[in-house]
Ligand binder design. Structure first.
Ligand code: SF4
Length: 417
């Protein structure tokens, strides 16, 4: 079990879209942001609801112009999840968004630095019970005047850190902003300190987690295309979350934002921080023993199961008998290939042996039948009915159990998830 950092909690939303809690004992929430124009109301609503259907908890929208904050009035009536207005440069956009009924505001200390303006936004949010995220961002806080000297001076605060000056600036900006909020008695706050550098993200969030009691919104900003962004994000967010740091996450890819939602949820499922919805698909990478066109089979299985199965059924698609039986034993529904055929198991029981061209159809049928059985209370997820005997029996070296029995293996001390 991951022991999560104790933080304050914020709640936002309404009776229609429901309420989302961030921080405290609330599950880690997944966010994304729309990619289209907010003032294009129909497209914006469709985009938000597509993310909601994929499992997102909160969606943020950009409001660079008055017509965007105006559009929020209509958008909020038609969406399925709480909406955050992302405000940069113009504090009036925050005030207008509050007037339009937005559920949460994001302010960037890097580009709204007038104390009176911040106070006006705080007062408006306080009156309506709307939380504010203070989102510092590496890209927008760097000071541009006399940059080199400032960087050297500030770097001394985190000596030996290659980005010490950035860390110092992020912390200083947050402290400065939070002082304004404290003076107003406003604590409905979430904070973030994003960077495109995964290592800096880990250090920045670790540092602010020690200093502030507020819930943290994690993200690697501008993580790039999904191909590399996935790695950067998983490294930074995975490290922080497994250390108990982080209360909501947003992944930023230069691709369809539906991927941000899916990958965000997957990170949380992997760490046991959310209960999985939908299929957990296991598949082998293939090798010289492969017996079928596995990549295409897996792609099709994923696409179809994503649409048709709601329960967190564990499905394994394996290329041959080497690891097939082992995975089949642990999965609810499994197929492993052999001699251009697929041998299909449901909870350890062999149910079919079909030619390659029939594997997909039969596997889907077995998954649907199994889901129906679970829904009728006739089967339980993760239950094993019979042991599958591996075809390559364990030889004289044994399985390792004897060594454990003799006390020759040191006891495992890490806590399980
Ligand atoms: S299951 Fe078989 S084909 Fe797939 S990677 Fe393992 S050994 Fe190779």
């Amino acid at each position: 079990m991951i022991e999560r950092r104790k933080t304050r909690q914020v709640t936002f939303g309404d009776d229609r879209v429901g309420r989302v809690k961030i921080g405290g004992d609330a599950p880690v929430a997944v966010q994304t942001m729309t990619a289209g124009y907010t003032h294009d109301i129909d497209a914006c609503v469709a985009e938000i609801n597509r993310y909601a259907d994929a499992g997102v908890d909160v969606v943020r929208v950009a409001v660079p112009e008055r017509k965007d904050t105006e559009a929020l009035k209509e958008i909020i009536k038609q969406v399925k999840v709480p909406i955050v207005a992302d405000v940069h440069f113009h504090y009036q956009r925050a005030l207008e968004a509050v007037e339009s009924g937005v559920h949460k505001i994001r302010l960037n200390p890097g580009n709204i630095s007038d104390r009176d303006q911040v106070n006006k936004v705080i007062d408006a949010c306080k009156e309506r019970g709307i939380p504010i995220r203070i989102g510092v961002n590496e890209g927008s806080i760097i000071e541009r005047k006399d940059k080199q000297r400032r960087a050297e001076e500030l770097g001394m605060y985190f000596e030996g850190h290659k980005s010490g000056h950035l860390l110092a600036l992020m912390v200083a900006k947050l402290e400065e902003y939070l002082d304004i909020f404290d003076a107003r008695g406003f604590h409905d706050v979430v904070i973030s300190a994003k960077s495109m550098d995964a290592a800096l993200c880990i250090d920045a969030y670790t540092e602010i987690a020690k200093r502030f009691p507020y819930p943290l919104h994690l993200g690697v900003t501008h993580a790039g295309p999904k191909s590399t962004g996935t790695i950067r994000t998983a490294v930074a967010l995975g490290t922080l979350l497994s250390n108990g740091i982080g209360d909501t996450i947003r992944i930023s890819y230069a691709s369809d934002h539906i991927d941000e939602v899916k990958d965000g949820l997957e990170i949380l499922y992997c760490l046991g921080l959310r209960t999985r919805k939908g299929v957990e698909l296991i598949a082998c990478p293939t090798c010289g023993r492969i017996q079928v066109d596995l990549f295409n089979l897996v792609k099709e299985v994923e696409r179809k199961l994503d649409k048709e199965i709601k329960l967190p059924i564990k499905v394994a698609v394996m290329g041959c008998v080497v690891n097939g039986p082992g995975e089949a034993e642990g999965a609810d529904v499994a197929v492993f290939a052999g001699d251009r055929r697929g041998i299909i198991y449901v909870q350890g029981q062999k149910v079919a042996n079909v030619p390659e061209e029939e594997i997909l159809e039969r596997l889907l049928k077995e998954c649907k039948d199994f889901e129906a059985k679970v829904n009728r209370g006739e089967a339980k997820l993760g239950e094993k009915i019979v042991e599958i005997v591996p075809p390559d029996p364990i030889g004289e070296l044994g399985s390792g159990v004897d060594k454990i029995r003799k006390g020759l293996v040191e006891k495992v001390t890490v806590s399980g998830r």
